[in-house]
Design a protein around this ligand. Structure first.
Ligand code: RIB
Ligand code: CA
Length: 309
C-alpha cells in the first residue's frame, strides 16, 4: 500500500494523545511533522505534551509550535476536561527532543515546498495554525491533498448548546479552512460520540501494561471522570483518533457529502457548524461528513496500536 504523507496539527489533549499513538504505531502513515495549536490547554503545555510523546515514540518526527491564541479572540481552554497539564494526571517521560526553530506555519510551508507528493493535513484542535498558513502561503494550497478534521457538530455542541470546542475556539479560522476549496473529511460529534471507549475496553487497555497503555489509560481515565460527572455516562468518546482511524481504514466509517458552514455572528450560536445534509441551502458540498462508525473495529485498532507501539 502506498504510504500516505501526513501532517498532524493538534492540541494534546487526552484524545489528541491517543490519535498520536494510533498514528505513530502505523508505518503506512509517513508523518512529515506535528504542529501544535492552543486549545485544550495553553500552547506551552500542548507543545510540551507533543514534544514528549513524539520524543519517546517517534523522535525523528519534527514538532513545531503554533499560534498562542485564536486569530481574533482570546483563548478558551478545556483544562476542566483535560487537566492543567493537558493529559490528565499522566506524567510523561521526559526527552531531549527539541522543538523546531520554525513556527508551525513556516514549518508546514517548508514541508510542502520540499515534498513532490501532496500531503494530507490532519487537524484535531482549533484551526488557527492552518488558517494562518493558508493566508500566508496561498501558493502552497495545491500541495495539500485534503484536510481530515475533528470538529463541528449537527447534534448540538459541547462548549455551547450549538458549538463544538475545536470550532468554537476559533470559528473564523474554521471558516477560512471550510472555504479553502481543499477537499475535507470531517469527523464531527455526529460520529465521534459513537466512537466511545467503555470501562471494559479501558481495563483491556490498562492490562496491555506498556508505556503507551499507561498514557492511554491515564488520558481516557481522566476523560471518564469528566464524562461521568457532566454527561452521566461511562462511555468516553475518542474524538481525535477518528481522524487517524479514517486514514488507516475508511471502510469502518459511513458519511455523506454535504455543505458545511460556520456561524460567526450568532449571539448564541457563534461557532455552530451548519451541516446541510439535506442540501436545503443548495450550496457547494465542501466536505465528506462522517456520521457512522464500526465502534468495535475502531476500538480494536486502538488496542492493536497501543500493544504494538
Ligand atoms: O470537541 C472535541 C475536541 O475538542 C477534541 O479535539 C478535543 O481534543 C478538544 O480539542
Ligand atoms: Ca484535540
Amino acid at each position: 500500500m502506498q504510504k500516505k504523507l501526513i501532517l498532524i496539527d493538534c492540541d494534546p489533549g487526552c484524545d489528541d494523545a491517543l490519535a498520536l499513538l494510533l498514528a505513530f504505531a502505523n508505518e503506512e502513515l509517513r508523518i512529515k511533522g506535528i504542529t501544535v495549536s492552543a486549545g485544550n490547554v495553553h500552547i506551552n503545555n500542548t507543545t510540551e505534551n507533543a514534544r514528549k510523546i513524539t520524543g519517546y515514540f517517534r523522535k525523528e518526527i519534527p514538532v513545531s509550535k503554533g499560534c498562542e491564541k485564536p486569530m481574533f479572540r482570546n483563548i478558551v481552554t478545556a483544562s476542566e476536561v483535560h487537566g492543567e497539564s493537558g493529559i490528565g494526571k499522566v506524567v510523561l517521560k521526559n526527552t531531549d527532543k527539541k522543538i523546531e526553530e520554525k513556527n508551525a506555519m513556516e514549518f508546514i510551508a517548508e514541508v510542502l515546498k520540499k515534498t513532490e507528493e501532496k500531503v494530507t493535513v490532519v487537524i484535531t484542535g482549533p484551526m488557527t495554525n492552518i488558517a494562518v498558513f493558508l493566508i500566508s502561503y496561498p501558493e502552497l494550497k495545491n500541495k495539500i491533498e485534503k484536510f481530515v478534521i475533528m470538529g463541528g457538530s449537527s447534534i448540538g455542541g459541547n462548549v455551547t448548546p450549538s458549538a463544538e470546542f475545536n470550532i468554537y475556539v476559533d470559528a473564523e479560522a474554521a471558516d477560512i479552512v471550510f472555504k479553502s476549496g481543499i477537499d475535507i473529511v470531517l469527523c464531527p460529534l455526529d460520529v465521534t460520540m459513537k466512537a466511545y471507549i467503555t470501562e471494559e475496553d479501558l481495563e483491556d487497555i490498562k492490562n496491555i501494561g506498556n508505556y503507551a497503555s499507561e498514557i492511554a489509560y491515564g488520558a481516557i481515565k481522566n476523560s471518564l471522570e469528566f464524562y461521568k460527572e457532566f454527561y452521566n455516562t461511562n462511555k468516553v468518546p475518542m474524538h481525535d483518533p477518528c481522524t487517524i482511524a479514517y486514514l488507516l481504514n475508511s471502510e469502518i466509517f459511513k458519511g455523506n457529502e454535504a455543505f458545511v458552514g460556520v456561524e460567526l455572528k450568532g449571539k448564541y450560536t457563534y461557532g455552530e457548524t451548519i451541516i446541510d445534509y439535506r442540501n436545503k441551502l443548495g450550496k457547494n458540498k465542501n466536505a465528506l461528513v462522517l456520521n457512522e462508525i464500526d465502534r468495535e473495529k475502531f476500538v480494536e485498532m486502538l488496542k492493536k496500536a497501543i500493544k504494538s507501539i
